[in-house]
Design a protein around this ligand. Structure first.
Ligand code: PLP
Length: 390
């Protein structure tokens, strides 16, 4: 008789975004004349840049001509894209071999799939609060998850606790949902700790392109010794508006030993690569023109983040993020709980954000706003915010 994977029963139901949507819809049906502004979205809103669109058109045309048609490509990605990624890393002083770069259809799938390489009895250390995928993918596999507490005291950047023994360590910097970003010294502590206890760091750098301070690490491999203990996941979703186009890359250094070959084997067995058209679009992101255009879009979001952050400062509301991240993480005013603040803000300002408690226990009492809306809406939302809290 067939047995189900009962680990799925241990997953907590995620009501976060469905509850947000339900509450917003209820509000709109009660008060249809009020304009609701959504600053809760984690998805980009600006369209693909011109360099990417041109590359897509060109690649589509190639696919329609016998001489340039392509079928299956290399599972780990075409050389032209791996080379572009290699060059991009080089611009941050990170040297990678081509066979350490694996092109993916986004960071989420690889973050889940990488767990194929690790035994079930590994203990997993996950920051709290954080992107929920790390916890859920490990629970599905029946692994023990322990938490590194992020809170106001450590500015939402948990440090190493040597008394804790972990085998897999997740780090997300710049962080979703808090927008907090580790500096090199702080990351070095994690790298040293991982090497000491033989752990592997799973480093999620999906938001690296939002970092504007050259001294802050965009890749964990900027830290000495990281190639011996870290796998890095990156994505063009937030970098270049690829949330619906789907492309990312995962770095598995050969210095990690067997893992590089195991990942190659895993991918060649269970994955058939990212579409040629999409890889050509991704290649265009790394051209001079593409870089210039995506930076304009990122600059637009960051200006929105600045509008939010400046408003919070004027209202004396404690917050992190926004500077090197599209996310602003604030402490709910007047000691409100996350959902209480959500309701209050919707009712009194018609502004929608995301309750921090949805990202982990330590998120209670906090709230996430995002800069992915339009400038006009962000300014309008912040005017309403200021009226309520200044
Ligand atoms: N990692 C983090 C921290 C994210 O916030 C997200 C998406 O929101 C992802 C990964 C997933 O990215 P992708 O669209 O490449 O799957």
């Amino acid at each position: 008789i067939m047995h189900l994977n009962t680990n799925y029963e241990n997953l907590e139901q995620s009501y976060l975004f469905s509850t947000v949507a339900k509450k917003v819809n209820e509000f709109i049906s009660k008060k249809p004349d009020k304009k609701v502004i959504r600053l809760g979205i984690g998805d980009v809103t600006l369209p693909l840049c011109k360099a990417v669109v041109d590359a897509l058109h060109k690649a589509v045309d190639e696919m329609g001509v016998q001489a340039t048609f392509r079928g299956y490509g290399p599972e780990q990605g075409y050389d032209f894209l791996c080379e572009a990624v290699q060059k991009y890393y080089k611009s941050h002083n990170v040297e990678l071999d081509l066979d350490e770069i694996f092109i993916s259809d986004g960071a989420k799938s690889d973050l889940g799939n990488i767990l194929d390489l690790f035994a079930q009895d590994n203990t997993v250390l996950v920051p709290d609060p954080v992107y929920p995928v790390y916890v859920d993918t490990n629970i599905m596999a029946g692994r023990k998850v322990i938490y590194a507490d992020a809170n106001g005291e450590n500015c939402f950047l948990p440090g190493v606790n040597k008394e804790i023994k972990a085998d897999l360590i997740y780090i997300c910097s710049p962080n979703n949902p808090t927008g907090a970003v580790y500096n090199k010294e702080q990351l070095k502590e994690w790298v040293d700790y991982a090497r000491e206890c033989g752990a592997v760091i799973l480093f999620d750098s999906a938001y690296e392109c939002f970092i504007s301070d050259e001294n802050l690490p965009r890749s964990i491999y900027e830290i000495e010794g990281a190639k011996e203990c870290a796998i890095e996941f990156c994505s063009l979703s937030k970098t270049a508006g690829f949330t619906g186009t789907r492309c990312g890359y995962t770095i598995v250094p050969k210095a990690l030993g067997k893992l590089n070959k195991m990942w190659l084997r895993r991918q060649t067995t269970k994955f058939n690569g990212v579409p040629y058209i999409v890889q050509r679009a991704a290649e265009a992101v790394f051209t001079d023109e593409g870089q210039k255009e995506i930076k304009e879009n990122i600059g637009y979001y960051k200006e929105n983040a600045k509008v939010i952050s400046e408003t919070l400062k004027r209202c004396n509301i404690w917050h992190v993020g926004g500077k090197h991240s599209p996310y602003i993480w604030l402490r709910c005013p007047n000691n409100m709980k996350s959902w209480e603040f959500f309701d209050y803000l919707l009712e009194n300002a018609q502004v929608v954000g995301t309750p921090g408690s949805g990202f982990g226990r330590n998120g209670e009492g906090y709230f996430r706003l995002t800069s992915f809306g339009s400038r006009e809406n962000t300014i309008e939302a912040m005017k309403r915010f200021e009226k309520l809290f200044k």
